[in-house]
Design a protein around this ligand. Structure first.
Ligand SMILES: Cc1cc2nc3c(=O)[nH]c(=O)nc-3n(C[C@H](O)[C@H](O)[C@H](O)COP(=O)(O)OP(=O)(O)OC[C@H]3O[C@@H](n4cnc5c(N)ncnc54)[C@H](O)[C@@H]3O)c2cc1C
Length: 401
């Protein structure tokens, strides 16, 4: 039997995150966004208290031990308030922590996952480079082994939390011959720390959305990394990068769903108040059509990410379903925020109302964690039989196992 109702724990989590967002963030978000200010104490402090930074990490590794639907619910509620909150769930809780949980050694989990899940250290994911985004094989960063250490060189760009995170998973070529042939089995993954000699980072100043969040770059200049910081085996980096995206995309899908709902609620509120031609604009059919589309997009997006979360809970591969959920919800959030601005008329074009911020924020998610075009190709390739997912050496632990 299909049961889509939430458990008491899930309902409580949803309610708690919703109330925290409304109480602590919503009254301040206009100013934080306006001032391009990432308020670490407010945001990370609050998320830590709620246990969100290790939400789906088992309690034995310092997490809250909640299921993957809870990760989605938290992401949806956070992005309802502002995208930068959900981005933290994507890179820290999704891309990084769940990769360490799945691919890490016991020693790596104790050293990095435990403090991250407890919210004492912040983590992110460095794949993109100035000259390589969708085409991961085009990246240039590399590592050579010297005794019991690896020497890493390269630059990662467009990295969420780059200038504020403590730990990073980073992807580099470790096989020069394979790099020449663009064979991804020559890529490896390392855990690195901000404090490592040769590490430097900065913030991207010209970004025009998610302004309350930090996005930046980091450089590795002859950075020495202990051999025990190799995540997975040598040559498994590309697989880990793609595995991580299955987790990050899930949070992006759920977050974009929250953004569609935020657009719907703001639009309905405004449409009932604003009058033209002697009646509330809510009475005009063309306005109703936009609001109805937001509602249908919200419901479809929610079902899609929930299916993906359920597959994670029962331990089934969900690359295809998660890609669809991410693609659908992010494109829907772009449509919803465009229409939300439209419904607000000129007021929508002002930062006095939140919908302009929604419009600026939604676009990045149509680009990161697989662009709209990459997901379009993936979905077509599954249908056409050009793409099949091969089993991985390590898979995400099912809920409760
Ligand atoms: C706010 C923000 C935060 C980010 N955070 C992170 C992060 O934390 N970590 C990280 O590693 N990266 C991060 N990224 C980077 C993001 O993942 C990349 O921007 C994304 O993968 C796309 O790469 P690109 O920008 O190089 O675009 P490109 O790959 O150069 O693509 C340019 C355009 O060409 C299209 N295109 C490319 N290849 C094809 C193809 N085969 N067929 C059809 N169309 C194609 C794309 O869809 C796109 O429209 C972030 C980006 C943003 C904007």
């Amino acid at each position: 039997m299909i049961d889509l109702s939430l458990t008491d724990e899930q309902k409580l989590l949803e309610q708690t995150v919703r109330e925290w967002g409304a109480r602590e963030i919503a009254p301040r978000i206009h100013d934080l966004d306006n001032e391009h200010r990432f308020d670490k104490a407010l945001v990370i402090g609050g998320m830590k208290k709620l246990g969100l930074l290790g939400i789906s990490v088992p309690e034995e590794y310092g997490g809250a031990g909640m299921d993957y639907l809870c990760l989605g619910l938290a992401s949806e509620e956070l992005e309802y308030v502002d995208t930068h909150l959900r981005v933290i769930m994507s890179v820290h809780a999704g891309l990084n922590c769940l990769s360490l949980l799945t691919w890490g050694t016991e020693q790596q989990k104790q050293k990095y996952l435990v403090p991250q899940a407890q919210g004492d250290q912040l983590a992110t994911y460095g794949l993109t480079e100035p000259s390589a985004g969708s085409d991961v094989r085009g990246m240039q960063s590399s590592a050579v082994k010297k005794g019991d250490r690896w020497i890493l060189n390269g630059e990662k760009m467009w990295i969420s939390l780059a200038d504020v995170a403590d730990n990073f998973v980073v992807f580099v070529w470790t096989d020069v011959e394979k790099k020449k042939k663009k064979d991804p089995s020559g890529i490896s993954c390392f855990i690195i720390e901000r404090g490592f000699k040769g590490f430097s980072s900065g913030t991207l100043k010209e970004k025009w959305g998610i302004l309350a969040g930090n996005t930046g770059y980091f450089k590795m200049d002859d950075m020495e990394v202990p051999a025990e910081n190799l995540l997975g085996r040598e040559g498994e980096g590309f697989k880990i990068a793609m595995f991580a995206l299955d987790q990050g995309r899930f949070t992006v899908a759920a977050g974009a769903t929250g953004l569609v709902r935020a657009c719907r609620d703001a639009s309905a509120r405004y449409a009932l108040e604003r009058k033209t031609f002697g009646q509330a604009i809510a009475e005009h059919q063309l306005v109703k059509q936009m609001i109805a589309r937001m509602e249908s997009d919200y419901q479809v997006s929610r079902l899609l990410w929930q299916r993906s979360g359920w597959l994670k809970n029962i331990g089934q591969r969900n690359t295809q379903e998660t890609s669809l959920a991410k693609w659908y919800a992010t494109v829907a959030s772009e449509r919803a925020s465009g229409d939300a601005v439209q419904i607000h008329g000129a007021n929508g074009y002002s930062n006095e109302y939140p919908v302009g911020r929604f419009y600026r924020n939604c676009k990045a998610a149509v680009i990161y964690e697989g662009t709209r075009e990459i997901h379009t190709l993936m979905q077509a390739d599954y249908v056409l039989g050009f793409r099949q997912d091969k089993p991985l050496r390590c898979s995400l632990p099912p809920y409760g196992k």
